[in-house]
Design a protein around this ligand. Sequence first.
Ligand code: ZN
Length: 157
Amino acid sequence: MKIFGFIKQLRWRSLTGVILALVATCLVGCGGAQVSGPATYTNEQLAQIEILAPRATELRVLFPELEEFIQNKDWVNISSFIHGPLGELRVRLNRLAMRLSPPDTKQAKYYAEEVAKHLEKLDAAAGAYNQVEAGNQYRQALDDLDAFIALIPGQTA
Ligand code: ZN
């Protein structure tokens, strides 16, 4: 009985080993070859990013308010919100983008310009009382802003 149990355990172990090997092979083989490693930062760089990041991400928190204005066709508030509370968004994003690793800086600057572009179009849509276009630009601005935030080390969109 004891020996039988031992053999069973051995078999189980080798089976587990095979499964682990398969999983490992898949991770290596199927793993995204296009996925580049995370950007590396010095502690000093991270500290600077840590100071600047909240100034940008705190504006992300305000976005649902903008969505509410669009839903309520509150055209005046859409415009004053874009130029008021969100007025500094572009500058803050660009300032933060400059602190990222060079390839991420390029990406982040692109997204910062995209966010600004969509907000300008949203402003224009509000001026034209066009709710569909306003909603469309709002979603694109949010997507680009989340893509920007995903580039910041230690942040998840
Ligand atoms: Zn865009």
